[in-house]
Design a binder for this molecule. Structure first.
Ligand code: CA
Ligand code: CA
Length: 353
């Protein structure tokens, strides 16, 4: 029986739960994943060391002690060449694109093991902080995957991660949505990786929290990057004016920082790495440009960004990226901007027509 990949992805690989009954150490976890891959692809020539399928599936269903990242993208824009793939170090992680299966691995960076399982990838990195570019093939294109091995969230102690103030995440996800589950890991931002390309136009540093420290960590979601690139693509088409990239006024915020700047909700999307407060600043004056060319810079310019966010949320192709969008007026501290995220359901505020 062929087990569909979505089912396969629903649970991550409980390394310790699997390793104990099979008496495999963690280094064998990749081999184990590949065996499961063969199992799930319906191959009948399985190694004799494998447990019977019902046992294996029962083990997969257990709550994993080490929880990897499960990223399943529905589709990709035709112009995409780079994708961001964060994984939890010391764990097995799954990555797939639903309508564009990965068919080949051309190159993988040091510190990462990649294998094709069914229509996706299983990625393993032993050490936190490893990062690099992998090259993979789909039927349609060659993709560069920017891999980051995150420090597991289990390393956070009393809201601190290696001296950096993360704060506390609410353990119960809002509305039971997976998008509101606390992050499984955090990326350490360093001078060496700050300029790593996480999408065709953006770098890791663009999304960092404004809270500085001796060490610094962030969370960033691949869905948010796809939406950001799509918005820019659609806006450029509408206005026939290209711009290099959005200015990201605020990307990730740790719960500690979000609370410190006066936000009361513990469910802000900025905490989960998919919210971005953005504006277009081609003239470099640090504020929104006059996008609608009415001679003023105000919320109506931010409303143009809202229009492209809504076009994405409402579309059949990109509705899976839907989320919040809110227009903000200028004040003494900032110019007009748009908040946009990929929370999984539509939310709107500050609408200007
Ligand atoms: Ca400007
Ligand atoms: Ca204007």
């Amino acid at each position: 029986m062929r087990v569909p990949f979505p089912l396969f992805l629903r649970e991550t690989y409980p390394i310790r739960a699997l390793a104990a009954p099979l008496q495999l150490d963690r280094m064998n976890s990749i081999a184990l994943a590949m065996m499961f891959g063969a199992l799930l692809m319906g191959l009948d020539s399985l190694p004799t060391a494998l447990p019977e399928p019902p046992v294996a599936l029962a083990l997969l269903a257990e709550t994993p002690e080490v929880d990897g990242e499960r990223i399943r993208l529905e589709s990709l824009p035709g112009f995409t060449t780079r994708l961001f793939v964060p994984v939890v170090a010391g764990s097995l992680n799954a990555f797939s694109i639903a309508d564009e299966p990965i068919v080949g691995i051309v190159e993988s960076p040091a510190g990462f093991s990649l294998s094709i399982v069914s229509d996706g990838l299983v990625v393993h990195a032993e050490q936190s902080d490893a990062w690099g570019y992998a090259t993979v093939e789909t039927a349609e294109r060659v993709l560069v995957l920017t891999l980051f091995a995150m420090t597991p969230a289990t390393s956070v102690r009393d809201g601190m991660l290696d001296g950096y103030q993360i704060g506390e995440y609410i353990k119960t996800p809002l509305k039971g949505l997976e998008t509101y589950a606390p992050p499984r890991g955090f990326i350490r931002l360093t001078p060496e990786n700050a300029d790593a390309r996480v999408s065709d136009r953006y770098s890791l540093r663009d999304f960092q929290c404004k809270l500085d420290g001796g060490s610094k960590f962030l969370v960033l979601r691949p869905e948010a990057l796809i939406k950001l690139e799509l918005m820019q693509h659609k806006l450029a088409k509408r206005s026939r004016a290209g711009f290099e990239k959005f200015t990201i006024m605020s990307g990730f915020r740790t719960p500690f920082y979000n609370s410190r700047i006066g936000n009361e909700t513990g469910y802000s999307r900025h905490l989960y790495g998919d919210a971005m407060d953005i504006y277009v600043d081609s003239d470099g004056d640090g504020r929104m440009d006059d996008l609608n060319r009415d001679g003023r810079v105000n919320q109506r310019d931010a409303a143009l960004l809202l229009a492209v966010a809504e076009e994405i949320d409402d579309s059949a192709d990109w509705g899976w990226l839907k989320g919040g969008a809110g227009v903000y007026r200028a004040n003494k501290a900032h110019g007009p901007f748009l908040h946009v995220d990929t929370r999984g359901y539509v939310a709107r505020w500050g609408i200007v027509r």
